[in-house]
Ligand binder design. Structure first.
Ligand SMILES: Nc1ncnc2c1ncn2[C@@H]1O[C@H](COP(=O)(O)OP(=O)(O)OP(=O)(O)O)[C@@H](O)[C@H]1O
Ligand SMILES: [Mg+2]
Length: 280
C-alpha cells in the first residue's frame, strides 16, 4: 500500500490485504461482506485489521466505528473515527445499539425507496466496524448479562447490517463457541486464519472441514508472521502474506484522513451532514 493516501479511495473498491504465493497482489472487496479474523497470539491479526481500517479511514465514503479492548491497536486511527471504543463493555454495547438503530432507520428508508440494499449511487456512507479482540467484550469483561447483550446486538449487526451498509470485521485469537456463538460465527462470509496450534482451531476460523482438505493454519511456520489462509470471494482458502503498515505510515495516513474528514465536514456538498434519506 502506498504511504501517499489517494483521494479517490472508496470503501466500495477492493482493499489491498497482501500478496499470494506467486507475489500477486491480494485485493478483496468488503462491500456487503463481513469478515472474521482468527489465529494464535502474535500471528498477525491486528496488523491485518490495520490494513482494513486504513482503507476505510482513507475512503471518504466510509464512517469508522472502532472497537478495541486493548486501545493501542486501533488507537492511532481514533481521530478518523465516528466512535472509538476502548475497554468499556458499556460503550461497546452502546455503539452496537446505535448501529442497530441505524440499521432500522436505513431499512425503513430503503423500503420506502423500494430498494433492497445500499449501493454506491445512493451516496450513503458505509459504516466499517472493526473489532479487535472481540473476546474481550463477548466473554471476558462485564457481567454475564452485559456479555449476553453485547453478543446479541453484535449478532444482530452482523446478521442485518450488510444490506443497509454496515461491514463488521472482527478479530479474536480463537473464535470457539464460548467466544463467538456458533450462530454468529456462521454469519461471517469471509474468514482470515493466521497461524493456529490445532487443526480444530484452524477449522473454527476457516470453516469446518478445510483442514482435512489441506487448508490448515497449523502448517504456517510460527516465525512467518502475517502468513495466513484467506477464504474470501471464491470461497476457497488462499495463502496470503498480509501487508504491513509501520507506525509511521499509520500516523501519516491517519493524519491525512482526519484532516480530509474535517475539510469535508466543513465544505459544501457534505456527505456526512446529509441525512440518509436526503441522498435519494
Ligand atoms: N504481515 C506482517 N508482516 C510483517 N510482520 C508482521 C505481520 N503481521 C504481524 N507481524 C509481526 O508480528 C507482530 C504481532 O502481530 P499482531 O500484533 O498483529 O498479532 P496478533 O495476532 O494481533 O496477536 P494478539 O492475539 O496477541 O493480539 C507484529 O508486531 C509484527 O512485528
Ligand atoms: Mg492483536
Amino acid at each position: 500500500m502506498s504511504t501517499d493516501p489517494v483521494p479517490t479511495m472508496s470503501i466500495w473498491k477492493p482493499i489491498h490485504l497482501g500478496s499470494d504465493e506467486t507475489s500477486q497482489e491480494v485485493n478483496v472487496s468488503l462491500a456487503e461482506r463481513n469478515m472474521l479474523i482468527g489465529g494464535e497470539p502474535g500471528g498477525g491479526k491486528s496488523v491485518a485489521l490495520q490494513l482494513i481500517v486504513a482503507h476505510g479511514a482513507l475512503s471518504m465514503d466510509c464512517k469508522l466505528i472502532l472497537i478495541d479492548g486493548k486501545r493501542v491497536e486501533l488507537g492511532l486511527w481514533a481521530d478518523c473515527a465516528e466512535r472509538f471504543v476502548g475497554p468499556s463493555i458499556d460503550d461497546a454495547i452502546d455503539v452496537m445499539h446505535g448501529l442497530q438503530q441505524i440499521i432500522d432507520e436505513r431499512t425503513d428508508i430503503l423500503l420506502q425507496m423500494k430498494k433492497r440494499k445500499v449501493t454506491p449511487e445512493l451516496g450513503w456512507p458505509v459504516y466499517l466496524v472493526p473489532i479487535d479482540e472481540v473476546a474481550y467484550f463477548s466473554a471476558t469483561v462485564g457481567t454475564s448479562v452485559q456479555q449476553k447483550e453485547f453478543n446479541a446486538s453484535n449478532r444482530d449487526v452482523v446478521a442485518r447490517g450488510r444490506a443497509p451498509g454496515i461491514i463488521a470485521v472482527e478479530a479474536t485469537q480463537r473464535p470457539s463457541a464460548d467466544i463467538i456463538p456458533t450462530s454468529l460465527r456462521d454469519l461471517f462470509g469471509y474468514r482470515w486464519a493466521f497461524r493456529c496450534s490445532t487443526e480444530a482451531s484452524s477449522d473454527t476460523i476457516l470453516g469446518h472441514g478445510w483442514a482435512n482438505m489441506g487448508y490448515s493454519a497449523t502448517e504456517i511456520d510460527p516465525q512467518a508472521r502475517g502468513v495466513s489462509w484467506l477464504r474470501a470471494e471464491d470461497g476457497i482458502p488462499r495463502r496470503v502474506k498480509a501487508a504491513y503498515l509501520t507506525d509511521d505510515q499509520i500516523i501519516h495516513m491517519a493524519a491525512w484522513a482526519a484532516q480530509s474528514r474535517a475539510d469535508q465536514a466543513s465544505g459544501p456538498n457534505v456527505i456526512w451532514l446529509r441525512r440518509d434519506g436526503d441522498a435519494a
